[in-house]
Write a protein that binds this ligand. Sequence first.
Ligand code: AMP
Length: 288
Amino acid sequence: MQIFNNPQELQQYVLSQKRKGQLFSLVPTMGFLHKGHISLMHQAKVYANNVIVSIFVNPTQFAPNEDLDKYPRDFEGDEKKCKDAGVDIIFYPSNESIYPADYQTFVNVEKVSQNLCGASRPHHFQGVTTVVAKLFNICLPDYAFFGEKDFQQLTVIKRMTKDLNFPIEIIPVPTFREDDGLAMSSRNKYLKGKEREDALVLYKSIKRVSELFSRGERNVSLLLSEAQKIISSTPLAYIDYIKIVDIETMNDVDFITKDSLFALAVKIGSTRLIDNCKLLLTKGEKDV
Ligand code: AMP
C-alpha cells in the first residue's frame, strides 16, 4: 500500500497507470474509519484493481461553530484498516496542499443541496462538492463510492458529476449499522454513557415509519408524527429535522406518490446524528 500526501504526485502516478490500462476506484473519507467505510472499500475493490482511499477532514464543509477541531482523527489506525481491507493507495493531503493561501474556486450544486442538511448547515454542501471535485481531478477515478447513510450528499455528488461531465461512475453503498441498528458514524465516538442508547431513537423511528409505509400509509404528516413521538420520548434528543422528501429532488412532499426518502437529523446531547430510509412505491402503485 502506498501513501501519497502530494496531489500532483498522486495525479501523475494515476495518469501513468491509466496509460497502461489500469482502472481506479476512489473512496473519499474524513478518516477515523469504521465498518461503514470498510464496506465502501470492499465494493471499490470489486469494480477496479486499484483502490484509492482519501483521508481528509475537509475544513470548508464545517461552519465556524461546528466540530472541525475536535473531529476524531487516528491516521495510524486508519492505515492499518486500509491495509487489511486491501486498499492500494491512501491519499492523505495537508490542508495547505488542498487549499493553498490564494485558493478561490468553489463548486455549488444549486437545488438538491437546499433542503435537509443544506438548510441546517448552509455552506456544508458547497464544501463537500468543492473537495470532491478536487479529489476527482487529483485521483482521476473510474468509479467513486459514497454511502447511502449520507443520502443527500450522494444525491448532490451524482448531480455534480452529471452536470460537470466527470467521466466517473458514482456507486451508492447501503448504510452499515451496528447490531442494534445505529448507523455507523465517526461521530458515534462522541456519544457518552446513556447517550449511546438514546441514539437508537433514530433507527427506531426509521423502523416505525418503514413499517407503516409498508402497510400502505402514504400520509406524510401522520408518518412524521409517529416518528416524532418516538424521538420526543427521549429527553436528550433534540430534532434538527425530520422530513419525507422526493428521493430525486430532495423536496418536501405531503403525500407519497413517488419514491421518497425519510430523512432525519437529531442531536443526542451535543452530537448531531443523521440517518434515513428509502420509501419505495410498489410496482403496482407506480404504474397507476
Ligand atoms: P465520512 O468519513 O463520514 O465523510 O464518510 C465517508 C464516506 O463513507 C461517505 O460516502 C459516507 O456516506 C460513507 N459512510 C459513512 N458512514 C457509513 C455507514 N454507516 N454505512 C455506509 N457508508 C457510510
